[in-house]
Design a protein around this ligand. Structure first.
Ligand SMILES: O=P(O)(O)OC[C@H]1O[C@H](OP(=O)(O)OP(=O)(O)O)[C@H](O)[C@@H]1O
Ligand SMILES: Nc1ncnc2[nH]cnc12
Length: 181
């Protein structure tokens, strides 16, 4: 369920560019760089995320490499929360937990520092886009292993037709822009 603090971002959809056959034949790629470079587009997305999560006692915002790093730190700043990067393998210097997952166009792994989350801390995980949900599911697994409390999963874009949301029935999933095909 999405709450009454949800700002309508649907007009921003016209700023997202679609690129056929990237990064592989048959994939229609939803490119947010055209929205990010708009003078008010990025601010409106961050305002919408912040309006939704302010007052929910969030300790940490987690951003998933790479495009979650665009939204996560800006949101953490607005929430007076910390920011934690969830990274592709072998990038983090201290001890990590790792999980592997399937993507719309391949497979990959993610890591988080073992001391990044204290048990009971309230966490929002953000990424640019929800497709199959594999990336977010892997990150959820890492947070749960570490004893974090998942207060929300936030996406700028959701590809509704891939039904990734169905992987998260027990969580509050916020997506600002929706695509049916
Ligand atoms: O819901 P899913 O099917 O898991 O797909 C969504 C993920 O795919 C993209 O990242 P990608 O793995 O392409 O990495 P990048 O951000 O480094 O480009 C996107 O930024 C999400 O993280
Ligand atoms: N179709 C798509 N467009 C942009 N990012 C993606 N990540 C996974 N699938 C994607």
């Amino acid at each position: 369920m999405q709450n009454s603090n949800l700002i309508n971002c649907e007009p921003l959809k016209s700023l997202v560019r679609t690129v056929p056959d990237f990064p592989k034949p048959g994939i229609l790629f939803y490119d947010i760089t055209t929205l990010l470079k708009d003078k008010t587009g990025f601010a409106q997305l961050i305002d919408a995320f912040a309006a939704y999560y302010i007052g929910k006692d969030i300790d940490l915002v987690l951003g998933i490499e790479a495009r979650g790093f665009i939204f996560g730190p800006a949101l953490a700043y607005r929430l007076n929360a910390g920011f934690v990067p969830v990274r592709k393998p072998k990038k983090l210097p201290a001890k990590t937990a790792r999980v592997s997952y399937d993507l719309e166009y391949g497979t990959d792994s993610l890591e988080i520092h073992l001391d990044a989350i204290q048990p009971g801390e309230r966490v929002v995980i953000v990424d640019d886009l929800l497709a199959t949900g594999g990336t977010m599911q892997a990150t959820v697994q890492l947070v749960r292993q570490m004893g974090g409390v998942i207060a929300g999963l936030g996406f700028a874009v959701e590809l509704d037709f891939l039904k990734g949301r169905a992987k998260f029935p027990e969580y509050d999933v916020l997506s600002l822009l929706h695509y049916d095909e």
